[in-house]
Structures are given as structure tokens and as C-alpha cells.
Design a protein around this ligand. Structure first.
Ligand SMILES: [Zn+2]
Ligand SMILES: [Zn+2]
Length: 395
């Protein structure tokens, strides 16, 4: 009896072979792609799951929340043992399990004040699963500053919307807001530290089915943006609305408002390996001096508090931190317990006491791009050393 030789047939099948059958699909492009996901809630879970299944090679997840039991009905990436763990931590671990080909990093941070422009610049596209208008506005402005498209998604019970904003020419998120929305935002921003903190905890009714539909559209749009050479039609400057009860869906085309204040962009950005743990505004200034002539002014990313004064006991304390990074506790007078009034500056000339302090201790966002200006022009200086800290040097 002759022994049979085992027959092996090379079918060319691998994890991605069914995806490669799509004519315009470029799996290698996806494996090189960089996507930032902002928000790891119901939408974020579905977005991250899709990116991992699709083999998107580099994913950065941003969120500041912890996993609660109430999240589990809509969060494929979390389990009961994750209760109390940071969403970012649990989502990174789950995405790596889903597809070990993907490099996944997480940043436990609030996108309105802790995520620097350099991270938006790192990404090829930004996808959001956010529940606040304030956070969307922050993402929108940052994406415009560094010229990155972003995909928004929102759900409420059985209704959902996905939309795409593409700088520099299209309408932006702020262009879609009415006068009343902007007044509400301004009122919220002016109502002090404590109210702002309370606002950050929004809650809306959502289902995993609606999240899956909207996140599916969002990631599909991101795929089209990444495959830009395929010239696929997409949602750029438009919103796709779906009502899961009636199954009605429609597309709205947004109009760019030329008087919109969110269309600013940074022209030239200088890469550096400065790290916000060690670098100060004086170090940033030293880099700027190589590119600019004349007296240099550094534009602060938000107002810098230099002093807190109590309106009741009139005690004053020098205090150096960017305004959005001050907590409600910091703001309270240690003697009377009332909220103190801050004194603020918007520019640094290099001679202030805080110019020598580390960017991190001043509350600068991670991997920010800091703008320096003189009569000869303007440059953005990226605090690129933070990437090493964020990824543990593994990327
Ligand atoms: Zn706009
Ligand atoms: Zn006081």
C-alpha cells in the first residue's frame, strides 16, 4: 500500500482575502493608515471594533471615562470585569485581542482640553463617538487647524446621524449650528468651573443597534476618505440621517458660512522631540527663534491663569495653569470655600514666571502644536516627544 502525500492547495486566503475582493480595496494602505477615535462609548465601541476587523494598522483611542455596568448593553469591547477600569484601557486591550495586526494606543484624556493638535495631525482621519457639542466643536477646530477630515456620529434611541467634515474648503461642524446653539454654548462656557464639570457628564438613551448602524456608516466613510485615490462619493459636507422606527433616511447638504470662526489653520508646523514633561515655553521659544525674526510672542492654546483672587476675603494666590485644566477644587478659596476669580493672559513673551515651568505642569495638552509669532511670520511647534511617552516607545 502506498502512502498518500498530503496535498496542500494555496488558496491565497488570509484574514483579509474577502476584503481584497472589493475592486478598489487596498489592504496595505489600511495597514499603514492612522486613525484617531475620540470617544469609547456606544459608538466608539462599534467604531473601534470595525477598525480592528478591517485591519487598520494604527489606531489611537481617546476617552476620559470609566466603564460602568450600564455601558455593557451597548459596548462589545467591555465585560463585567472591566467595571471601574478606564474605557481607553479596556478598549485598547479588546482591540488588540480582536486583531493583533493592529497597533492600538490609548489616551485617557478629555478632548476639549487635554488632546494636543499634534495628535490630530498624526491621524489620517478622525472618527468621533461623542455626546457633547462642546467636544465636537473642539475636534472640529483642531481638525481645521491641521487639515484633517473628521467623521461625526450621533444617536438618540432609534435615530442616528453620521456626517463628514473636510477642511479646508467645505462646511465645518460649527457652520451647521444655528445662532441659538452658539448662544447656548457661550452661556455654558461662561458659567464657571463647577457648571462646566457637571456638563461633562451627559446621558442620552441609546441602543446597540442604532450605534452599530451609525458607526458602520462612519467607518465606511473613513474607509472612503483613506482610499482617496479611488474617488468614491461620500458624505463630505453632508449628514446622513436615519430613523430606525420609520426606516426613513435622508441626506442633508450643509452650507459653509464664510463668517464662521472655526476655519483657522496653521500654515507651517515644525517637528521637534520636545516633551511636555520636561520642556517649557522658553524651550519652545528657542525653537521658534530659528525660524522667526524679531520679537517673538507665543500664543497660548487657551487663557493662562496667573492669579486667583477671592471676592469675599480678598486673598490672592499666584497660580499658573491653563484655564481649562483648572478643577473646581483648585478654584475654591481655601479660607471661604467660594469660587475665586482668575487673572488671565493669552500670550507669553518669555519673561513670565510660568515660562520656565514644564508644559505638563501648566496643563498643556498632550503633543500640542504651539503657535509662535513675530512680525516676520508664524510657525507651529509640535511637542513631538510626547508620542514616545504615549506609546511607550513601541511605535
Ligand atoms: Zn465653519
Ligand atoms: Zn476667600
Amino acid at each position: 500500500m502506498t502512502e498518500r502525500q498530503p496535498i496542500t492547495i494555496d488558496t491565497g486566503e488570509d484574514r483579509y482575502s474577502r476584503l481584497r475582493m472589493i475592486p478598489w480595496w487596498d489592504q496595505e494602505l489600511l495597514s499603514r493608515s492612522k486613525v484617531m477615535v475620540v470617544g469609547a462609548g456606544a459608538l466608539g465601541n462599534e467604531i473601534i471594533k470595525n477598525l480592528a476587523l478591517l485591519g487598520v494598522g494604527n489606531v489611537l483611542i481617546v476617552d476620559f471615562d470609566r466603564v460602568e455596568l450600564a455601558n455593557l448593553s451597548r459596548s462589545v469591547l467591555y465585560s463585567e470585569s472591566d467595571e471601574g477600569v478606564s474605557k481607553v484601557h479596556a478598549a485598547v486591550a479588546a482591540a488588540r485581542r480582536l486583531n493583533p495586526d493592529c497597533r492600538v494606543a490609548g489616551l485617557d484624556a478629555d478632548v476639549t482640553r487635554e488632546v494636543g493638535l499634534g495628535l490630530f495631525r498624526w491621524a489620517d482621519v478622525v472618527i468621533c463617538g461623542l455626546d457633547s457639542r462642546e467636544a465636537r466643536l473642539a475636534v472640529n477646530q483642531n481638525c481645521w487647524k491641521v487639515g484633517r477630515a473628521w467623521v461625526d456620529g450621533a444617536t438618540e434611541s432609534f435615530q442616528g446621524v453620521a456626517r463628514v467634515f473636510t477642511p479646508p474648503d467645505g462646511p465645518c461642524y460649527e457652520c451647521t449650528l444655528g445662532e441659538r446653539d452658539i448662544q447656548l454654548l457661550e452661556a455654558r462656557n461662561s458659567c464657571g468651573f463647577i457648571a462646566r464639570e457637571a456638563y461633562r457628564q451627559g446621558r442620552t438613551p441609546t441602543t446597540p443597534t442604532t450605534s452599530a448602524i451609525v458607526a458602520g456608516i462612519q467607518v465606511q466613510e473613513a474607509l472612503k476618505i483613506l482610499h482617496k485615490d479611488a474617488h468614491l462619493s461620500g458624505l463630505s459636507g453632508k449628514g446622513f440621517f436615519i430613523d430606525g422606527i420609520t426606516l426613513d433616511s435622508f441626506i442633508i447638504e450643509y452650507v459653509r458660512r464664510e463668517d464662521c470662526l472655526s476655519h483657522e489653520s496653521i500654515g507651517r508646523i515644525i517637528d521637534t522631540d520636545l516633551s511636555s514633561r520636561t520642556a517649557s515655553l522658553l524651550d519652545v521659544r528657542a525653537v521658534a527663534e530659528r525660524y522667526l525674526e524679531g520679537e517673538i510672542v507665543i500664543e497660548l492654546p487657551s487663557e493662562m491663569v496667573t492669579n486667583l483672587t477671592c471676592g469675599v476675603c480678598h486673598s490672592a494666590e499666584p497660580f499658573y495653569r491653563l484655564l481649562p485644566s483648572i478643577s473646581a477644587d483648585d478654584a475654591l478659596c481655601p479660607h471661604c470655600g467660594v469660587e475665586r476669580v482668575p487673572e488671565v493672559e493669552t500670550q507669553s513673551r518669555g519673561d513670565e514666571p510660568y515660562a520656565r515651568m514644564s508644559l505638563e505642569s501648566l496643563g498643556f495638552p498632550v503633543m500640542d502644536v504651539i503657535t509662535a509669532r513675530s512680525t516676520s511670520g508664524e510657525v507651529g511647534i509640535e511637542i513631538g516627544g510626547d508620542w514616545q511617552t504615549l506609546t511607550g516607545g513601541a511605535w
